[in-house]
Write a protein that binds this ligand. Sequence first.
Ligand SMILES: [Zn+2]
Length: 216
Amino acid sequence: MSFKKHVFFVSRQCYWGVEPEDQNVVEVAQGGLDYSNADMIVASYPGEGEEYIGMVAAVTAAIKIAALWRAESNHTIQVATGNTGGNTIPFEGQPDTDKLLEEAREFDENLPHCPQCAEIGELIWFHELSEDERFCSENCSNLSLEWYQKENAVSRVEEAMAENGVDDRDLILIARMQPDEYYSQPEDERSDWLIRDVLSWHGLDELIKEIEDTGK
Ligand SMILES: [Zn+2]
């Protein structure tokens, strides 16, 4: 079994060998199902018996379940966090749920986030230009690759323009674009906008060749 520190399993438990007021807890087990205590009560409230990505989601669900259970049973019900390490061990109840949520928020903030969508999760996807970056999904990896490819293309065009003494106005001619379109853009965004737009019409190599021909 593999321990995933960002995965939490929420269950209701009635512990043995503890004080009566510590007996009934909604347990938030870090690492997932394998790290929760084995004798969970049969799930009957929404969100119970499920794994959550991130501690805030799990603690929020646990607090709701505890409120429902408390209202129905009239027992002391606490929310408890921990992990069994694969064994059996009662978790300590945390009566201050605001504090618990605050800790959960802090915990989640310190987890690695997907550089594309900022979500937490299992960051295992990568692409040929991502170097150390790891993403939450194939989709995020693809979006990032697209972004890198575009940025690289823009750099290549800018370099070719600088080397060949081609300015924005020449580039408009290369693209055979209506200059009105270009001048309707905000001044500081024109160059970037133009290059991106030109790239969507032409192949990159073709464009660079045209820049070189124009510069001669
Ligand atoms: Zn993502």
